[in-house]
Ligand binder design. Structure first.
Ligand SMILES: NC(=O)c1ccc[n+]([C@@H]2O[C@H](COP(=O)([O-])OP(=O)(O)OC[C@H]3O[C@@H](n4cnc5c(N)ncnc54)[C@H](O)[C@@H]3O)[C@@H](O)[C@H]2O)c1
Length: 241
């Protein structure tokens, strides 16, 4: 396990499968996690709707007041909606882009001044769907593909700072948890879809949120000091073929 001793890390979507696992892993590694999610979610330190600029201003001001700086940001809030270009309506497109891409943009933007103070690391939760397309994932593909290039732009800005702010995108394949269940349940044959998702993964199983969380902790830590601007698959071999 990488060392995050005394590092202050803000996590969005922290009531979700990955966000909750990241929050726990940050604490296990000796860091201080500030867990945020939509109001009313369990296990949350502060309500933060990632699409609301005023929420980011309020929460980052609170981090500055409490700690004077930020060492890490994990943008884990995200939503998925099934739909091809023929099926998808504009409102759904905007909702998915709003959370997955606008949310990460606002997170990077408002956290950057605090991360600059002593150098830091941003981890954006992208997806294998940011690397390869799916016929019925038009909005999700676009949001995660955009997130990968936003990651590279932020990384190049952060590399000019001394000490640097690093920024990477983690690209998981399907994981155990509610997001995959939601995808399967939205279809006519949930069990067959579930089986198909597993069959697509060469290692023959879904990933675990804890595996992704440990990877995020590594990227947040000084052990990853030379890694920035990267799309990093954690996908059981899915994108190897
Ligand atoms: N689970 C997977 O199979 C998988 C695979 C690849 C990538 N991802 C990505 O990882 C991230 C986390 O996924 P997860 O599996 O934990 O999903 P999840 O559905 O378990 O959790 C997502 C969390 O985001 C929160 N959220 C939604 N809209 C929000 C908003 N506007 N502001 C703040 N929080 C909001 C939800 O309340 C929820 O707690 C997402 O970006 C997702 O696209 C997930």
């Amino acid at each position: 396990m990488a060392d995050l001793k005394d590092k202050i890390v803000l996590v969005t979507g922290a009531a979700g499968a990955i966000g909750a696992a990241v929050t726990a892993a940050v604490k296990r590694a000796g860091g201080v996690a500030m867990a945020t999610d939509l109001a009313g979610r369990a296990g949350i330190d502060a309500a933060l709707d990632v699409t609301a600029e005023a929420d980011w201003q309020r929460v980052t001001a609170e981090v500055e007041r409490q700690h004077g700086r930020l060492d890490g940001l994990v943008n884990a809030a995200g939503i998925v909606a099934l739909g091809s270009i023929e099926q998808l309506d504009f409102a759904t497109w905007r909702r998915v882009l709003g959370v997955n891409l606008d949310g990460a943009f606002l997170g990077c933007k408002y956290s950057f001044p605090l991360l600059r103070k002593k150098g830091g690391s941003i981890v954006n939760l992208s997806s294998v769907s940011g690397l390869v397309g799916g016929h019925n994932l038009a909005a999700y593909n676009a949001s995660k593909g955009g997130l990968s290039l936003l990651t590279k732009s932020v990384a190049l800005t952060g590399a000019r700072r001394k000490p640097p702010v690093r920024c990477n995108a983690v690209c998981p394949a399907f994981l155990e948890g509610p997001m995959v269940e939601q995808i399967a349940q939205a279809t006519r044959y949930p069990d067959a879809v579930h089986q198909r998702l597993v069959m697509d993964i060469p290692l023959g199983r879904l990933g675990k949120p804890a595996e992704v969380a440990d990877f995020c902790v590594y990227l947040l830590s000084d052990a990853a000091a030379f890694i920035t601007g990267a799309d990093l698959p954690i996908d059981g071999g899915l994108t190897a073929r």
